[in-house]
Design a protein around this ligand. Structure first.
Ligand code: SF4
Length: 563
């Protein structure tokens, strides 16, 4: 099995110490990325760690495919205990960081402790330095990137940065890289903020030998020639279709389609797109640099999920207003999905859907925890009672689009996800729209035959997050190709993916998570039976906890729970 190379670098930002250690045994059994960092986190973070305390640890890791020049590999993984969900969580970002991270020579960087003063940590192939930066207190992401470029000659592709959102410990603060790309979901920006780390830079020329098969060039060529609509409209290419089949949350989840979809659709985003955008080494180039000529507003996106959260779910029908929300979130370092849904909850409580000025003002208040923003910064799960609205979250995480009331398999996947209501954990929705071959498609309604598929998709996505492989490679990555690229049997990979999902679940069980947390704010026909089938397929207990036996097998062999 291919795996990433290089030691673990542990940086205690409180003690300002650095330790390097070989972790070859972990590398050999875990490919890289999410598998690697989940194993380390499970061993090294206390089960009762406060997500915002010094005992929480934050991991960054690349995978073996970051040594390739193949499309769909411009990504990295980060892992820690989430202040939003209170569970172990991995987040994934694109952009141009991963090759610079690999250049440091480390497979994994672990941030421990908490600094007394605001610092930037510089990681290179020659060592680690700590730079106090009190002058960057509450600086935005672009301001911080400019500082690093001016003072150190390192562009934003060398950095992870937090904005005021992370510093103020907003529970859904993102970590930004390449200025506009986000480790978005789960509030890992607040973890970095609690450690008083404003930014980390990565630079170096280290190389490790990881031989990647020539198949990488074939895939690269196909990506460059692809006629996928994603190459013009990114993820927004699905917006009109999702709306048509009533899977687009609208006005704080009170409706399933939006009458103004044509005003915020993929076509509108494409009209604002002014050049190609991509991640490192990716010829698919699905990113969306956009500009509004009239106002001069420039941003990257909005992606489909942001169109939902700040568009339909907030009752906004002007694409430029959605672009501005997107830009503010990127500058302040906030996850656009959670931020948009939280703002939509506030709009519902105030009967102010569509009020773009209020939306933009509220986003800023959240980032700086001013007034109502201080409450909203806690997320829907913690604030919905005060607002007098329903709790649209799973395990504390706000919902992504692809509504499970219409796409019932995706609904089950929202419930079982260790990360909460995130669409990329299992990514079931393409099988119900369908965006896959007819042979693989499922009817939207009901859960018949779906639980084993949820398990399989969760497992293979854990592998993609470990390789690290972009999920948008779906139509290019046959089972055979994944086997060839990672030099491993597909069943072996699924078992490893299952092991990672079980490790996350086991960690979260120790923090009190069980079946009661695998729940939805709506009914799906056959939901409880579907959940039973999911646990049985995984070899977990029927209360949603992981028996010791399933920690090894991942439950992918369907072995029954034994304790
Ligand atoms: S497919 Fe899109 S998101 Fe994925 S690596 Fe390529 S450009 Fe980045």
């Amino acid at each position: 099995m291919k795996h990433v190379r290089g030691p673990l670098c542990t940086i205690d930002v409180g003690e300002q110490t650095v330790e390097t250690e070989s972790i070859d045994d972990v590398l050999e059994s875990s490919i890289g990325g999410r598998a690697l960092t989940t194993k380390l986190a499970h061993e090294r973070i206390p089960f009762d760690a406060d997500p915002l305390g010094p005992e929480n640890r934050l991991y960054f890791a690349s995978g073996p495919l970051q040594h390739a020049t193949m499309s769909f590999t411009g990504r990295m993984s980060a892992t820690g205990v989430s202040p939003l969900t209170d569970g172990l969580l991995s987040s994934n970002a694109g952009g141009f960081l991963s090759r610079n991270f690999t250049g440091t020579g480390y497979s994994t960087v672990e941030i421990a402790g908490a600094s007394d003063e605001l610092v930037i940590v510089h990681v290179t192939d020659e060592g680690v330095e700590f730079e106090p930066v009190p002058e960057l207190e509450e600086a935005t992401v672009p301001e911080t990137c400019d500082y690093i470029d001016d003072e150190h000659g390192l562009g934003s592709e060398h950095t992870v940065v937090i904005g005021p959102g992370g510093e103020n410990e907003v529970r859904f603060a993102s970590i930004m890289t390449s200025e506009e790309r986000a480790f978005g979901r789960g509030g890992l920006g607040a973890v970095l903020g609690a450690k008083n780390v404003k930014a980390i830079t990565f630079d170096g020329d280290s190389t490790h030998e990881v031989e990647i098969p020539s198949l990488q060039m074939e895939i690269h060529g196909e990506a460059a020639q692809s006629d996928s609509p994603m190459r013009d409209q990114g993820t927004t290419s699905v917006a009109t279709y999702a709306n048509m089949v009533e899977a687009l949350p609208t006005r704080y989840f009170s409706e399933l389609s939006y009458e103004h979809i044509d005003d915020i659709s993929g076509d509108r985003v494409e009209e604002k797109k002014y050049k190609k955008g991509t991640c490192s080494a990716c010829a698919f180039a699905c990113k969306l640099p956009t500009k509004d000529e009239e106002t001069g507003l420039e941003t990257e996106g909005p992606e489909y999920e942001t169109l939902m959260a700040f568009g339909s779910n907030s009752g906004v029908d002007d694409i430029v207003d959605v672009m501005k929300s997107n830009k503010l979130c990127d500058e302040f370092g906030l996850d656009t999905i959670s931020a948009g849904d939280v703002v939509a909850a506030y709009l519902a409580s105030e009967d102010e859907f569509g009020n773009a000025d209020l939306i933009h003002d509220t986003v800023e208040k959240i980032a700086y925890r001013e007034g109502i923003g201080d409450d909203l910064a806690e997320g829907i799960d913690r604030v919905h009672d005060d607002l007098g609205v329903e709790n649209w979250s799973v395990k504390g995480m706000e919902f992504a689009a692809h509504d499970g009331r219409t796409l019932n398999g995706q609904g089950l996947a929202f419930a079982t996800s260790n990360r909460g209501a995130d669409h990329m954990y299992a990514e079931f929705y393409p099988y119900e729209y369908p965006l896959v071959d007819a042979d693989d498609a499922f009817d939207k309604e009901g859960l018949e035959d779906k639980p084993p598929k949820v398990v399989e998709l969760e497992n293979i996505n854990a592998i993609k997050d470990s390789a690290v492989l972009c999920k948008f490679s779906r139509s290019f990555m046959t089972e055979e190709r994944i086997e060839t690229l990672l030099d491993a049997d597909y069943e072996e990979l699924l078992a490893l993916g299952g092991e990672i999902v079980a490790l996350e679940r086991h960690f979260n069980n120790q923090r009190g998570f069980d079946r009661e947390d695998d729940t939805l704010p709506y009914e799906i026909p056959g939901f409880e039976q579907g959940l039973d089938e999911y646990y049985e397929e995984r070899g977990w207990n029927d209360d949603g906890t992981v028996p010791a036996s399933a920690l090894e097998s991942g439950g992918s062999d369907g072995a029954p729970a034994d304790d």
